[in-house]
Design a protein around this ligand. Structure first.
Ligand SMILES: *Cc1c(COP(=O)(O)O)cnc(C)c1O
Length: 460
């Protein structure tokens, strides 16, 4: 590996064998799965790029820490260890573990919905965040910069808020009707694109000006901090942890899925700057939904692993290699002329399937066609992010056309090597060279809600 992409900053002590299948087997396996990659067994997948959520590898330090977990129901040593790490990074006064990101959302988000007709504003709400906003009786509005939908042209911070749109929306809806502003870093739904420190500072100013609470959805805050160090003027010589601390200084609360930058397979975090009343309300709700506030649905040993993982994810060498892996795969695809979102974000490469297979109309799901072809070619599992995911218009029952038809190749943390990524790239190049043969899909069975998970299809 040349200097352009950093080699693995770890050596491998324990291995997990992965099963290879033949192309003929995969054709049958995919057919049996109803042409829906979500229905494939993991054992039938060679390289699994479905998600980076909870799929990372833990370090020897994390596994070691699990041995000293304290499984006390209340006030465990593991809780206090994790609490001190979270406070050290965020500078916030109050902390509570939860079972995963959506646990934090279900406990926290309803607290700020105080009357009918309220809104949360975000750069882009992640799916589960939007779901919990709506379950709490509020609406979710996105105020992301327009350049996030321009896949081709370089912009260092495509995850940013559109500040004008944000302020305009606050004035239009009335500040008393805004529950909070949710800063999603990196901006997952925009392809893991980063948000600049300047943008976070300005959003914070706007929040303060109107007396609105500012919340960070920080699933990938460490990756965001790395991008700031790499791309934003004045941050090149700063430590990642100090960039993270500055990030949290521009908000009042953190909700986090620890399955990403916590480097654990399950876990989540709520941290609140200084609002004791809000924290008390969250604790009350957490007892009913998550567990006693010093374990929040986690084992004691899980909290120890997370305490270690949070610090490992702030290590600059870890982050450089992580981001380089994603960039490596992106570069290989781009060199072959495959249309992808550029620049790549922190956790995945997004292939533009509308450009790749224009012969397939949106309601025959071009990204599903590419995803399935990639699986058949090499046993690589990716995921459709497009019109299939978007669903139907509740009024007309018509398929909604997504702005972008994407296939996401999501890289798990510390799991695969550059050689694995070469397998992915070679297979994807093969699919690209045969793109004119790709055909769309029709529903065989369409599930009424969250249809991408359980629907089955027939090839056209
Ligand atoms: C994953 C994720 C969530 C939800 O977290 P889970 O752990 O999957 O429940 C929320 N927000 C963002 C930005 C995420 O990436």
């Amino acid at each position: 590996m040349n200097k352009k992409y950093m080699a693995e900053p770890y050596r491998i002590k324990m291995v997990e064998s992965i099963r290879q299948t033949t192309k003929e087997e995969r054709i049958t396996l995919l057919k049996n799965a109803g042409y829906n990659p979500f229905s494939l067994r993991s054992d039938d997948v060679y390289i699994d790029l479905l998600t980076d959520s909870g799929t990372g590898a833990m370090s020897q330090e994390q596994w070691g820490a699990m041995m000293i977990g304290d499984e006390a129901y209340a006030g465990s040593r593991s809780f206090y260890r994790l609490e001190s790490v979270v406070k050290n990074i965020t500078g916030y006064k109050y902390f509570m573990p939860v079972h995963q990101g959506r646990g934090a959302e279900q406990v926290f988000l309803p607290q700020l919905v105080t009357h009918k007709g309220m809104y949360y504003l975000s750069n882009i709400h992640f799916d589960t965040t939007r779901a919990h906003v709506e379950l709490a009786g509020a609406r979710a509005l996105d105020c992301v910069t327009e350049c996030c939908y321009d896949l081709k042209n370089y912009h260092p911070f495509k995850g940013n808020f559109d500040l004008e749109l944000l302020e305009k929306t606050i004035l239009e809806k009335g500040k008393e009707n805004i529950c909070g502003i949710i800063m999603t870093i990196t901006n997952n739904s925009a392809g893991g694109q980063p948000v600049s420190m300047e943008n976070m500072r300005e959003v914070h100013k706007i929040a303060k000006k109107y007396g609105i609470m500012n919340i960070i959805d920080g699933a990938r805050y460490a990756e965001n901090s790395f991008f700031i160090k790499e791309r934003e003027k004045g941050y090149q010589d700063k430590d990642i942890i100090d960039i993270a601390r500055e990030t949290y200084s521009y908000a009042d609360a953190l909700l986090m899925s620890a399955k990403k930058d916590g480097l654990v397979n399950m876990g989540g975090i709520i941290a609140i700057r200084d609002d004791k009343c809000l924290f008390d309300k969250c604790r009350t709700r957490a007892v009913a939904y998550e567990g006693f506030p010093t374990y929040g649905g986690l084992n004691g040993r899980d909290m120890d692993a997370l305490a270690v993982g949070l610090m490992e994810a702030l290590d600059e060498n870890y982050l450089r290699h992580r981001i380089d892996q994603v960039r490596y795969l992106g570069d290989r695809l781009m060199e072959a002329g495959i249309p992808i979102q550029y620049p790549v974000g922190g956790h995945a490469v997004f292939v533009d399937c509308k450009a790749l297979a224009p012969q397939i109309p949106y309601d025959q799901f071009p990204s599903l066609a590419v995803t399935n072809a990639l699986y058949v070619e090499a046993g690589v599992r990716a995921v459709e992010i497009g019109s299939l995911l978007l669903g139907r218009d509740p009024d007309t029952n018509k398929n909604i056309e997504a702005k972008l038809e994407l296939m996401r190749l999501t890289i798990p943390r510390r799991v695969y090597t550059y050689n694995h990524l070469d397998v992915v790239a070679d297979a994807m190049i093969h699919v690209f060279e045969h793109r004119h043969e790709l055909k769309g899909y029709a529903f065989d069975y369409e599930s009424p809600i969250l249809r991408h998970f359980t629907s089955t299809f027939k090839p056209l």
